[in-house]
Ligand binder design. Sequence first.
Ligand SMILES: *[C@@H]1O[C@H](CO)[C@@H](O)[C@H](O)[C@H]1NC(C)=O
Ligand SMILES: *[C@@H]1O[C@H](CO)[C@@H](O)[C@H](O)[C@H]1NC(C)=O
Ligand SMILES: *[C@@H]1O[C@H](CO)[C@@H](O)[C@H](O)[C@H]1NC(C)=O
Ligand SMILES: *[C@@H]1O[C@H](CO)[C@@H](O)[C@H](O)[C@H]1NC(C)=O
Length: 388
Amino acid sequence: MLRACSRYIQREISVITFVLVGSLLLVILFNYSEDFSNPDPTLQVDVRNYECHMKSSGRSSPHANPIPKCERNQSAELVKNFSSLPTGIKDLLYYRHCRHFPMLLDIPDKCGGANGSSDVFLLLVIKSSAVNYDRREVLRKTWAKERLSNGVWIRRIFISGTMGTGHEKKRLNKLLKLEQSKYNDILQWDFKDTFYNLTLKQILFLEWMEINCPNTQFLFNGDDDVFANTDNMVLYLQNFKHKSRRRHLFAGHLIQYVGPIRSPYSKYYVPEQVYESNSYPAYCGGGGFLLSGYTALVIYTKSKSIPILPIDDVYMGMCLAEAGLRPEHHLGVRTAGLHVPGKNVDRLEPCFYKEMLLVHRMLSGDMYTMWHRIQDSDLKCAPFSSRL
Ligand SMILES: *[C@@H]1O[C@H](CO)[C@@H](O)[C@H](O)[C@H]1NC(C)=O
Ligand SMILES: *[C@@H]1O[C@H](CO)[C@@H](O)[C@H](O)[C@H]1NC(C)=O
Ligand SMILES: *[C@@H]1O[C@H](CO)[C@@H](O)[C@H](O)[C@H]1NC(C)=O
Ligand SMILES: *[C@@H]1O[C@H](CO)[C@@H](O)[C@H](O)[C@H]1NC(C)=O
């Protein structure tokens, strides 16, 4: 439980920092949660109508035309004790079956078309809410820069929903649109970008990937507040490729032998009505993990028959288990942060970061400095084993 919780605590810390950054953002968040009980009818789409629409059109982008709204499932009220569940959980049960939302921003040519996508070695898929403009800006300049690394291509995509309502929502949509016109790196769907909707975001991305980037070799899937050493990721993946012919890969900070939090006061509350078993399958912490394109498509296929669990990283584990595939632990992925030994050692000592694949979490300014420091050819680090 502890390890699972550590990520959650980290998330809480992120939220606190976030709140300190600006009370404006806080206002946005509040509006947003109030809005849960009052879903915007224009945002809903109907799954069945959507399927028909898909069959009759040969588009590269799945939701280029307006799609009908997804109706709330009134029978959700039949689950035991429905009326005593918190509003957020009720909302989840009402709209759990809704998996298709209109696309607001698309980049169908990101991977050079479906056939060209085998030239993309590592696709960075970063979950980012519209308000996190400063994080996206610094990632574009640092570890998520699109480039050739050790002879192979790294490409970048931010995935987003919508935030706020009314003018606020319009403003934030405009921001993403402006960024898109400059960087061409955002996928946005018209659903509320909430913590409980992260699984939906993940599934929508995988659906998009199956159409637009099916032959991408590897993906990094993670949050926008992590420090990812993407050059090391490329080296690790190139090595993996040479060593092994098997195509399954899903590696990160492995979490196992934990189960749902049953306390209604927790932000991560998952009642029996949503997930019956008291244990979760093994999974990797959602701050960031690496997977092969093959495994991503297997997960997508399995997700079609697994009801949405609002905890996105656990949901990935459920899809893997269903496919008989296992997630694996990678020592270089520190979603619970990096423990730097010694009282007088700099917490942001670049030698510790040079060897890592990922560390959660880092502020934008530190990210910018760290990225430059680890590239510095004058940086001399003692052998790794003597430092940890
Ligand atoms: C609606 O909710 C009921 C009760 O939870 C469930 O059995 C049913 O499958 C749901 N329908 C859809 C379309 O998801
Ligand atoms: C229903 O909720 C009540 C109060 O929240 C609780 O005491 C009771 O055990 C619950 N019953 C079931 C079957 O979950
Ligand atoms: C992609 O490759 C397939 C199989 O080689 C071919 O049939 C198809 O026409 C190609 N599509 C494009 C858009 O090049
Ligand atoms: C997820 O997004 C949909 C569409 O905006 C919204 O109706 C629903 O309330 C959201 N679900 C949760 C659990 O936040």
